[in-house]
Design a protein around this ligand. Structure first.
Ligand code: COA
Ligand code: MG
Length: 292
C-alpha cells in the first residue's frame, strides 16, 4: 500500500461504540481522528450491540476527520466478528489491540486481503504489553514493508502500567524509557506514533503538560478520552510560531543564490546543514497540513 499519504494525527479521540451519545458527537468535534472503540471501553454484554452500531456511525462519517475502529484481539471470542463488521464500514484504519509480535500484524494483513478496498485500509498497532516492547523492532520493520498495512503505533499506557505493575510517578517518570523505545522504533519503521491517554480529564493543566512532554519526545499526537482534551492536543502537536519562523529562516537562507550549492552555512552565528533544511521542510509541510 502507499504509506506516503499522511494526515495530521495531533488529536485522536476514542469514542466508545457502546455510547450512542458519544457517537452522535463525532461530526462536531475538531479532532484529527477518531477511534471508534469496540475493545476496552465496551463491556462484554455490550459487545454485539456496539458492533451493530458501526454501520450507522460510518454512513454519517465526517470527511475531514480520519476514522478508525479498534477491534477486540483476533485471538479472542469477539475479534473476528469485529473485524468483519469494521471491514464492511471501510474505515481509514483498523486498530489492533495487544499486538505482541510481527506475526500478529501479518495475520491481520492477511485477513484484510479480501476487504473491498484493501489498499485504503491501514493497520494501527497498540503497543501496550511487555512482550510488544521486547519485540518492537521487528514489529516496526513492517512499516517499511509495502506489503504490510502498518502505518502507526498507539501507546497503550494504562495496559502497560497494569501488566508491569509499575507506579509511573510524577510526569510518568518510570514510563519514559518505554515511551522513548516506541519513539525509536516508530522512526526506524517510518511509522506515526500516538501517545497514550491522560485519564484525569478534568485536569487541563496536567494534560497540557503531558502533551508538551510528548511533543518534545517526538510523538505525532495523543490519544484522548474526552472532547475537552482536543483543543490542547491540537495546539501542543502543531508547530509553534517560533519553530515555524526558524524553519522559514533556514529554508530562505539555503534558497539564496550564494548558498544554493553549499552543504553547510552560518545563520545568526549558528552552523546550519542540509539536514537542518530537511528538518525545516518537514516542519513546514506539517504546518501546511494543519493549517498553521
Ligand atoms: N467521545 C465523544 N463524546 C464524548 C466522549 C468521547 N470520548 N466523552 C464524553 N463525551 C460527551 C458525553 O457524551 C457528553 O455528551 P452530552 O453533552 O451530550 O451529555 C459530553 O461529552 C460531556 O461528557 P462528560 O459528562 O464530561 O463525561 P462523561 O461522564 O459522560 O464521560 C467518560 C466520561 C470517561 C466515561 C467518557 O469521556 C468516555 O467514555 N471516554 C472514552 C473512554 C474510552 O474510550 N476508553 C477506552 C480507550 S482508553
Ligand atoms: Mg488497552
Amino acid at each position: 500500500m502507499n504509506k506516503q499519504v499522511q494526515r495530521p494525527r495531533r488529536s485522536v479521540l476514542y469514542v466508545p461504540a457502546s455510547s450512542e451519545k458519544a457517537l452522535a458527537k463525532i461530526g462536531q468535534l475538531a479532532c484529527d481522528a477518531v477511534i471508534v472503540d469496540l475493545e476496552d471501553a465496551v463491556a462484554p454484554q455490550e459487545k454485539a450491540a456496539a458492533r451493530a452500531r458501526l454501520a450507522a456511525v460510518f454512513s454519517a462519517r465526517p470527511h475531514r476527520c480520519e476514522m478508525a475502529v479498534r477491534i477486540n484481539p483476533l485471538s479472542g471470542e469477539w475479534g473476528n466478528d469485529d473485524l468483519a463488521a469494521a471491514i464492511a464500514c471501510a474505515p481509514d484504519a483498523i486498530v489492533l489491540p495487544k499486538v505482541e509480535t510481527a506475526r500478529d500484524i501479518l495475520e491481520a494483513d492477511d485477513a484484510l486481503d479480501d476487504a473491498p478496498a484493501p489498499d485504503a485500509l491501514q493497520l494501527w498497532a497498540m503497543i501496550e504489553t511487555p512482550k510488544a516492547l521486547i519485540n518492537i523492532g521487528a514489529i516496526a520493520e513492517l512499516g517499511r514493508d509495502p506489503a504490510s498495512r502498518l502505518t502507526c503505533f498507539v501507546a497503550g499506557t494504562n495496559d502497560l502500567v497494569k501488566d508491569t505493575g509499575i507506579t509511573p510517578g510524577p510526569d510518568r517518570g518510570l514510563l519514559l524509557p518505554w515511551l522513548m523505545q516506541m519513539v525509536l522504533a516508530a522512526r526506524a519503521g517510518g511509522l506515526d506514533l500516538l501517545d497514550g491517554v491522560y485519564n484525569d480529564f478534568r485536569d487541563g493543566d496536567g494534560f497540557a503538560r503531558e502533551c508538551a512532554a510528548a511533543a518534545a519526545m517526538g510523538f505525532d499526537g495523543k490519544t484522548l478520552i474526552h472532547p475537552s482534551q482536543i483543543e490542547a492536543a491540537n495546539r501542543a502537536f502543531s508547530p509553534s510560531p517560533e519553530a515555524l519562523a526558524e524553519a522559514r529562516a533556514i529554508a530562505d537562507a539555503f534558497a539564496r543564490p550564494e548558498n544554493i550549492s553549499k552543504g553547510v552555512i552560518a545563520l545568526d552565528g549558528r552552523m546550519v546543514e542540509r539536514l537542518h533544511l530537511a528538518q525545516a521542510e518537514k516542519l513546514l509541510a506539517k504546518a501546511a497540513a494543519v493549517g498553521a
